[in-house]
Design a protein around this ligand. Structure first.
Ligand SMILES: Cc1cc2nc3c(=O)[nH]c(=O)nc-3n(C[C@H](O)[C@H](O)[C@H](O)COP(=O)(O)OP(=O)(O)OC[C@H]3O[C@@H](n4cnc5c(N)ncnc54)[C@H](O)[C@@H]3O)c2cc1C
Length: 403
């Protein structure tokens, strides 16, 4: 496979999104991106899936291939070395990667829909110049909001940022612990949320860009998980970690806005991960039921099985429409808060349903690691937990529709 750096840059044409697209009809550049990422996922990711799950690790060589493919800097403008694509392109890439391995899907998702997205939106010119070229080339990003005592109630965080000045200028000293941080193992740049004033409540929260090498920063314990095992989930420890004043992202005391608005978009990415996973489970189920014979014929010839597959196909298609709709709204600069919550909630339920059906349709083979669907079933569960649990999505939707 050709791995020339950013070889899709010339096919990613943001102007395409200025014209409304029917939801599932892709523009030429979107279709090229989808097909290229699908090919990559089959050729480069598929052979590693079981080993990555067993060892709970993504090899750095695969991360490097993702950079070469151009999918680690999809929305970064070409002037900074990125692919110059749209949010919708990122959604397609996450979907296709997650169809083969949702752990790779979430690595690319956090990079694009959370970290790069926030840098593009809130970064000063100086921040963009310093970090975007690196993020397009080789630097993995992580998004650190959650703590042991603050999950759904994210703004109850206690990581403290104290302003200080010395001969080297104004800086902040960050102290606290972050929990559950995706890409903790691979990342060199961490978006860390801390409070400059605990008395001010959410109005003290500020976003900081912390490099792995900053003094006082360490990556702690890596979690041993049920699903998306290859994706690293780590604790971060900050002990008087010195962060230059120039590394505040957005305004001091406005980090809550950065967090909320970035997560609203990130949820669409999780929707994409979940529809990719569900499609992977459905594709595997169709293939298997056409091959597996019982009572003298392929089990796909039994109407009961056909109807189950048909229902799963309806689920996947409906979920995909919610994800694509939210992504298209976002690219069009239209409100998408409710649509993002709907797509995340529904896609994660569909992923659980369809991967569970896949286990059933594989029979005993669905229950063992030699076949791919038990992993997809384990991987599906996280969709209802991270970037806002299903209860929190329902709360958002209810608030929007009831007022
Ligand atoms: C694999 C993994 C990766 C993650 N990656 C990241 C990351 O990269 N960055 C990051 O910052 N965080 C990350 N997280 C953290 C994740 O976002 C939180 O786990 C999630 O928001 C839920 O928080 P919690 O675990 O504290 O659960 P809690 O908030 O304690 O929730 C427990 C239960 O209570 C329910 N609940 C809580 N409040 C309400 C309410 N008001 N109404 C109704 N029900 C409620 C919840 O729905 C849930 O069912 C990750 C977590 C996991 C497991």
């Amino acid at each position: 496979m050709d791995t020339d750096k950013h070889r899709y840059a010339n096919v990613l044409n943001p102007s395409a999104s200025e014209h409304p697209q029917p939801l599932t009809l892709l523009t030429e550049d979107e279709a090229i991106l989808r097909d290229s990422v699908r090919q990559f996922a089959e050729a480069r990711v598929r052979p590693l899936v079981r080993e990555m799950d067993e060892h709970a690790k993504i090899p750095r060589s695969l991360v490097d291939h993702l950079f070469d493919l151009g999918v680690m800097g999809i929305e970064i403008p070409e002037t900074y070395g990125g692919s110059g694509g749209t949010f919708f392109h990122a959604v397609l890439a996450v979907e296709e990667l997650s169809r083969v391995d949702p752990s790779i899907g979430v690595l690319v998702d956090v990079q694009n829909t959370l970290v790069i997205n926030a840098l593009l939106r809130w970064g000063s010119d100086d921040v963009k110049r310093r970090y975007l070229p690196k993020m397009a080339a080789s630097t993995v990003g992580a998004y650190a909001l959650s703590e042991a005592g603050s999950g759904s109630d994210a703004f109850a965080l206690t990581t403290r940022a104290r302003e200080a000045t010395d001969a080297d200028g104004s800086h902040y000293l960050l102290t606290g612990r972050k929990l559950w941080i995706t890409n903790g193992n691979e990342a060199d740049l961490f978006m860390v949320f801390a409070t400059v004033n605990p008395e001010a409540g959410y109005k003290g929260i500020t976003a900081f860009l912390v490099e792995r090498g900053f003094p006082g920063f360490t990556v702690g314990k890596k979690e041993d998980k049920l699903g998306i095992r290859a994706s690293s989930t780590c604790e971060l420890i900050l002990e008087d970690c010195r962060v230059p004043g120039a590394n505040v992202l957005g305004d001091v005391g406005k980090g809550y806005k950065v967090a909320i608005e970035t997560l609203n978009e990130g949820r669409i990415g999780i929707g994409a991960q979940m529809i990719g996973l569900a499609r992977g489970a459905l594709d595997q189920s169709i293939k298997y039921t056409k091959e597996r014979k019982q009572f003298g014929k392929p089990i796909a010839e039994f109407q009961a099985v056909q109807h189950q597959l048909a229902r799963a196909a309806v689920d996947v298609e409906a979920a995909r429409l919610t994800v694509y709709n939210a992504a298209r709204l976002r690219d069009a600069g239209r409100p998408f808060l409710t649509e993002a919550a709907i797509c995340k909630l529904f896609s994660s339920e569909v992923a659980e349903r369809v991967s569970s059906l896949a286990v059933n349709l594989f029979g005993g083979n669905g229950f063992v690691k030699e076949y791919p669907v038990e992993k997809l079933f384990r991987d599906a569960k996280i969709g209802q937990i991270y970037e806002g649990t299903s209860n929190l999505q329902l709360q958002t939707i209810a608030k929007q529709i009831i007022g």
